[in-house]
Design a protein around this ligand. Structure first.
Ligand code: NAP
Ligand code: ZN
Ligand code: ZN
Length: 349
């Protein structure tokens, strides 16, 4: 066993604080990774504050993990010591059910093992995430990371990247389509970059007029201030596809009104409170509302390769782990440009 230094939440209402715990020994198929950077996802905050239901404390969040391989098990084929490696939102699944076989491990019928705050079905206890100095993961759930991109800025691809890439791919977003991204945070800014790299004409819906200039730089053709009724009316019934990345309760119907006939809106934002749906928002004219959850492992690798090919990384603000509680407050105020990434050196010193 190896002792990992970490930061953990100890209750829904107290700040994250230093913690240490044991990582398992490296098994035959395991990869041990020294964590160099970890992104800060809004899901970390929802989880550690028990906004989606009671968390298991101490809770070590973090599922946008990149680092260097420090040891591999004897049967590991894809990685060797010294390689770069990444870990996203899952660390295991049954690998035998129809979802796993189809490459949708996130929808494993036995329940995927998520990277933190999730029962470890094989070993007992709960999983601990990337706000820590090291991790041991089966090579089947370990991702190859390009050395051509900035490593710290690559970390957010492991959740924000795949969560936006997967629905954009699945619903075949591309040239000739008018696409809306709702909310310019961690997910939203990756959505803008990826959808525009796929060739779509992309618009940002935002509650923050101050983000307009950044949105245009990130690939938006234009910005729609969602609180401005005139701006919203101008675009009503004109979108093929909308990706809703909002982290809090908001009016779905206002965005559904933007879709044209057979247009699709996909929810990836995970409001802790239920959202109200007016059936008539779907009736006229026959609109589709659906959701999406991260992406499978093969698709995550495909996304990483797509981003390497297109030179796409996240726009990040690097922080030390000691600043994590301040970073959380800024994320909640929608004041993140556009992903916090923890420099794990700060945890080692
Ligand atoms: P984030 O960085 O906090 O971004 C959320 C953005 O939503 C904010 O920057 C803000 O953008 C907008 N927003 C916030 N409150 C709003 C409100 N009341 N009304 C309208 N817009 C509001 O969060 P994130 O890390 O991107 O995550 C977004 C959500 O996706 C979270 O709920 C997270 O848990 C969830 N998530 C889901 C998956 C999945 O697989 N489905 C994966 C990862 C994360 P503007 O300032 O531009 O309005
Ligand atoms: Zn996430
Ligand atoms: Zn399965």
């Amino acid at each position: 066993m190896t002792t990992a230094k970490a930061y953990a939440g100890f209750s829904a209402t107290t700040p994250l604080a230093p913690y240490s715990f044991e990582r398992r020994d490296v098994g035959p198929l395991d990869v041990q990774i020294e964590i160099l950077f970890c992104g800060v996802c809004h899901s970390d905050i929802h989880t550690v504050r028990s906004e989606w239901g009671p968390a298991n404390y101490p809770c070590v969040p973090g599922h946008e993990i990149v680092g260097r391989v420090t040891a591999v098990g004897r049967d590991v084929k894809k990685f060797k010591t010294g390689d770069l490696a990444g870990v996203g939102c899952m660390v295991d699944s049954c690998r035998e059910c129809s979802s796993c076989k189809a490459g949708f491990e996130q929808f494993c019928l036995a329940g995927a093992t998520f990277t933190y705050n999730n029962p470890d079905k094989k070993r007992g206890g709960f999983t601990c995430g990337g706000y820590s100095t090291s991790i041991v993961v089966d090579e089947a759930f370990t991702l190859k990371i390009s050395d051509k991109l900035d490593l710290a800025a690559t970390a957010p691809l492991l959740c924000a990247g795949i969560t936006t890439y997967s629905p954009l791919r699945h619903w075949k977003v591309g040239k000739g389509q008018k696409v809306g991204i709702v909310g310019l945070g961690g997910l939203g800014h990756m959505g803008l970059k990826i959808a525009s790299a796929m060739g779509a004409e992309v618009y940002l819906f935002t509650t923050s007029p101050g983000k307009t200039k950044d949105a245009l730089r990130l690939g938006a053709k234009d910005v729609i201030i969602s609180k401005n009724e005139d701006e919203m009316k101008k675009h009503a019934g004109s979108f093929d596809f909308i990706l809703d990345c909002v982290a809090a309760k908001h009016d779905l119907n206002a965005y559904l009104q933007m879709l044209k006939l057979d247009g699709t809106m996909v929810l990836v934002g995970a409001s802790p409170e239920p959202l109200e749906l007016d059936a008539f928002s779907l009736f006229f004219p026959r609109r589709i509302l659906t959701g999406s959850l991260i992406g499978g492992i093969a698709e995550t690798q495909e996304m990483l390769d797509f981003c390497a090919e297109h030179g796409i990384v996240s726009d990040i603000e690097m922080i030390t782990i000691q600043k994590i509680n301040e970073a959380y407050e800024r994320v909640i105020k929608s004041d993140v440009k556009y992903r916090f990434v923890i420099d794990m050196k700060s945890l080692k010193s």
